[in-house]
Design a protein around this ligand. Structure first.
Ligand code: NAD
Ligand code: ZN
Length: 371
């Protein structure tokens, strides 16, 4: 039986727990701390996830609280917008939700971000709980209180920092994830090791077979390890004024590629490509060794991460990084590895340096092809 609990604190005070289990039994017990017998609870989820897990959660909650409602939207990033938020506001108003009621976000990062943003703004804020079901949401998006939606073609343009009351993770939900979505989450897992914890990164490498097989013991250790790293970073820097930016390792190029590919690659896949490119820059600056760099390439390869899409022009990728929100007075804040397991923010990365990574990668490839 898996049973782990991590406290997330702010200013030394506990703000919420992250509970990691291998079942949904136990969710109501956790929620009882919030007097749910007196509350209305609205489960917010999307069609795909609901087909797997809604019935079980609905039954559990139905017995434990005053009223349970269900709001389901179409899955996918295309739904993460203000239209869906408006529909949810309307639904909550029609069902007479007041400030004491609660939203339950059941799904991946799309559900979590959208539900969190709705909770942050409906009646100036009502409680919400994260029940993340994708790997990416379990190790990343459900922790740290960033909520928001896309606006027109701008990703995560509208949002709020707003903490959940609880994050309840059932690692068993990872079994039904598609191979691609599972690997997408692994992009963030490997990133966590690279930026913050060499031991964890080495553990991932040593246990790659068990991880690829989604062995339950490996899933429990991996999810807990990643949650610990993300927690440490967000506790130290809740509003992203300093080290929280380390989490953007691999994301500058990753976001560009995600956008230029029109979201045909998953977020985590693009982050994986971005991590390799940023690791390459770290190697060129002699922050990490050639061997360490190859090791990073190999672990992503092992998990079948895609290569840089052939159809993309490196100049477009670099140009697109200008739209990244992580700019400060016109200079990009680029995250590189100071060493394996340690990241830092660099403000001296020029577009020329970025381009040179692509150029010499191509040259190396051609040389490799001739050899
Ligand atoms: N708030 C943050 O700090 C933060 C951090 C990283 C990413 N994000 C956001 O998270 C989103 C990406 O999250 P995601 O990858 O979870 O996307 P997602 O929510 O779209 O889920 C990915 C796919 O997996 C399916 N799915 C989810 N759980 C499943 C399960 N247990 N079994 C079968 N299928 C399942 C979904 O239906 C969907 O098709 C993006 O919108 C991104 O901007 C937010
Ligand atoms: Zn990410």
């Amino acid at each position: 039986m898996v049973q782990k609990r991590l406290e997330v604190k702010q200013d030394e005070k506990k703000v919420y727990d992250i509970v990691i289990k291998d079942t949904f039994q136990g969710l109501t017990e956790e929620l009882e701390a919030f007097d749910i017998e007196k509350k209305r609870l609205c489960i917010v989820t999307e069609r795909n996830v609901s087909s797997y897990y809604l019935n079980e959660i609905h039954e559990l909650l139905n017995e434990a609280c005053r009223q349970v409602d269900i709001f389901i939207f179409q899955e996918g990033e295309a739904s993460k917008n203000l239209d869906t938020v408006s529909q949810l506001y309307r639904y909550l108003i029609q069902h007479k939700y007041d400030r004491k009621d609660m939203l339950i976000a059941l799904g991946g990062g799309v559900v979590g971000d959208l539900t969190g943003f709705t909770a942050a703004t409906y009646l100036r804020g009502i409680d919400f709980v994260q029940v993340p079901t994708s790997l990416l949401s379990q190790v990343d998006s459900s922790i740290g209180g960033k909520t928001g939606v896309d606006f027109q073609s701008y990703k995560n343009m509208v949002g709020a920092f707003y903490m959940p009351k609880l994050v309840y993770i059932n690692i068993n939900t990872l079994k039904t994830l598609s191979e691609r979505e599972f690997h997408s989450g692994l992009g963030e897992v490997i990133k966590h090791g690279l930026i913050q914890d060499r031991k964890y990164y080495e553990w991932v490498k040593a246990n790659r077979e068990a991880i690829a097989a989604r062995n339950p013991e490996a899933m429990a250790v991996m999810v807990e390890g990643s949650c610990r790293i993300k927690r440490a970073v967000v506790e130290e820097d809740p509003k992203e004024q300093g080290i929280r930016a380390f989490l953007n390792f691999g994301h500058t190029f990753g976001h560009s590629i995600e956008k230029l590919m029109d979201f045909r690659l998953t977020h985590g896949e693009c982050v994986g490509i971005g991590c390799i490119l940023a690791a390459d820059m770290s190697r060129r600056r002699n922050y990490i060794s050639q061997e360490e760099y190859e090791d990073i390439v190999n672990i992503f390869k092992y998990f079948d991460f895609p290569e840089i899409p052939q159809e993309l022009d490196s100049r477009d990728i670099v140009r697109e990084t200008r739209h990244d929100k992580k700019m400060e007075h016109g200079a990009i804040k680029f995250i590189l590895l100071r060493a394996v397991g340690e990241a830092d923010i660099y403000k001296d990365v020029t577009e020329e340096e970025m381009l040179s990574v692509f150029r010499s990668r191509n040259e190396e490839k051609e040389a490799g092809g001739r050899a």
